[in-house]
Design a protein around this ligand. Structure first.
Ligand code: HEM
Length: 494
């Protein structure tokens, strides 16, 4: 078994950067393969790894990470046969193709309404920085580099929300975010605190095997998961990018009306307090991050993540349809979490747009949702389709999540109470959706050795026209792989 190699894994996966400013540079390479390789080599010198991220953060440097769409891998010399047989179908197809089928997106969430129509990038270059000036300098440097490789660029900026008390961890609806992340079992001291990992029978937690997120490492199924091209894929991960607009005014307006109409039926009769409770019930935590179910004291400055739903089977404290209980049901589905454990996500998103001001119109603001996983289909797509866009397996019928649901299913939200439950028909009441998908894509983020492998493959393509032979040779060799052809060396060049 290969050890955990932080110097080969790109940064922000094992641990978040926790930096307040980011820019996502989506690049479509239009120059020659030689230009593309030159660009990649240049980018490679900037890339931040899991091993050096702490030092970069301490020195207030901008971090840089690079990932590829399936189209982008082809730009760097992989044949369609290689992309199609080495990578899973959802990644090859991309998010736009999977939106209505595998994710259950409907209404104004579907690609026909997205920004950047007809634009599919090859690369995503992500820059994080401690301050706007450092961000701007790095973005300018990388924009020049991509321009000289003939790339077309689309930029998306994001930053944490500034409040009177400084930068916060809140998203635009006003809730503290980024609290619950799966603690990774890397076999190293990084795994000191397993809270919020895999719920153990009888209490306690185990860390989540790193292979659930990082390719080639032990996962919950196998100690040594096989990879079709380890030289490219080992220590890589899949990055899901989804721009989700949040209609904060509509959310608050609905909550105010719901608070007024339900005040008499909620524990607290005051309409504005009832509105706050209803919003917390939708999310599953209070705005300051405190969970709705009793939790053991937090470790450090973040609100507690040390809770389960075993003593709240009917959702009297945290409704079954609340966002966090849907997105990670923990022990709520029984079998000590076995139906949940393989559907976890590392979330590294950040808000974009200016903060909402009371009474103002809803404009383009929301969340750049970024998540890492070892399988986009089993993790992100499953969560979005089965748990957020539908609630059947959670025992709440075909109702969608009002916070992050994107389907055409109803949005009936039940707030169970000990004496009298309250049912809200959100879709019927509100004037506009609370969220809308504006764009999205799936990326593969290789390890550092994988990036070098891609450069070498790109060089080969530039020299010979198409990799180690013609494109037809690659297709033939690909089909020979199954027959055990010696051309195929899983430990070598692929
Ligand atoms: C605009 C859209 C969204 C908003 C405003 C939002 C907001 C939040 C908030 C406030 C939390 C609680 C803080 C925390 O535990 O870290 C949370 C947790 C979470 N969200 Fe979202 N979210 C959004 C979209 C999504 C999407 C699209 C997914 C996945 C497909 C997702 C998956 C999760 C998960 C897995 C958790 C942690 C649950 C737990 O472990 O208890 N979220 N989100």
């Amino acid at each position: 078994m290969r050890p955990f190699e932080p110097s080969d894994i790109q940064g922000n996966v094992v641990r978040g950067y926790d930096l307040p400013h980011a820019c996502y540079l989506h690049a479509a390479v239009t120059g020659s393969p030689a230009d593309a390789v030159a660009l990649l080599r240049q980018l490679g010198t900037h890339v931040t790894t899991a091993a050096d991220q702490a030092e970069w953060l301490a020195r207030r440097r901008a971090t840089v990470n690079v990932s590829f769409t399936s189209k982008g891998l082809a730009q760097f010399g992989l044949t369609p046969g290689e992309v199609g047989s080495w990578f899973p179908p959802e990644f090859v197809a991309g998010m736009a193709c999977r939106s209505e089928t595998a994710l259950g997106d409907a209404d104004r969430n579907v690609p026909a309404y997205w920004e950047w129509q007809n634009f599919r990038p090859d690369l995503l270059i992500t820059v994080h920085a401690p301050d706007p000036a450092t961000l701007d300098r790095k973005v300018a440097e990388l924009s020049d580099a991509t321009a000289s490789a003939g790339a077309h660029l689309e930029l998306q900026y994001a930053s944490t929300i500034e409040s009177k008390r400084g930068r916060s961890r809140r998203e635009h609806f006003g809730f503290t975010d980024g609290i619950s992340q799966p603690p990774l079992d890397t076999g190293s001291p990084l795994t000191a605190n397993p809270i919020g990992g895999l719920p153990l029978a009888g209490g306690g937690w185990a860390p989540v095997p790193a292979g659930e997120f990082i390719l080639g490492l032990p996962d919950l199924d196998e100690d040594e998961p096989a990879l079709p091209c380890p030289a490219l894929m080992h220590n890589g991960t899949y990055l899901v990018y989804r721009k989700i607009e949040q209609h904060v005014g509509a959310f608050q307006e609905w909550a105010r009306a719901a608070g007024a109409s339900a005040a008499g039926q909620m524990i607290d009769a005051d309409p504005s307090a009832a509105a706050e409770i209803i919003m917390a019930k939708l999310v599953g935590r209070h705005k300051d991050g405190r969970p709705l179910v009793p939790a053991a004291s937090p470790l450090g400055s973040l609100p507690s993540n040390n809770f389960r739903y075993e003593d709240d089977p009917y959702g009297v404290q945290c409704p079954l349809g609340s966002h966090i209980r849907r997105a990670n049901p923990r022990d709520a589905l029984g079998f000590d979490g076995a139906l949940v454990n393989r559907h976890r996500l590392i979330r590294r998103g950040m808000p974009y747009g200016t903060p909402y001001e009371e009474g103002a119109a809803d404009t383009d603001r929301g969340l750049i949702f970024v998540a890492y996983s070892g399988s986009i289909a089993r993790q992100f797509e499953f969560i979005q389709r089965e748990w957020l866009n539908d609630g059947d397996v959670l025992g709440i019928g075909h109702n969608t999540d009002p916070i992050a649901g994107t389907s055409a299913e109803p949005e009936r939200f039940l707030v169970p109470q000990a004496t009298r439950s309250v049912l809200f028909d959100i879709r019927a009441d509100r004037l506009s959706q609370f969220v809308q998908v504006r764009w999205g894509e799936y990326f593969f983020q290789p390890g550092l050795a994988g990036l070098t492998w891609l450069c070498e493959r790109g060089d080969e393509v530039s020299r010979h026209g198409s990799g180690s032979g013609s494109r037809a040779d690659h297709e033939t060799a690909q089909s020979a792989t199954a027959a055990g052809s010696p051309w195929y060396d899983p430990g070598g060049t692929g």
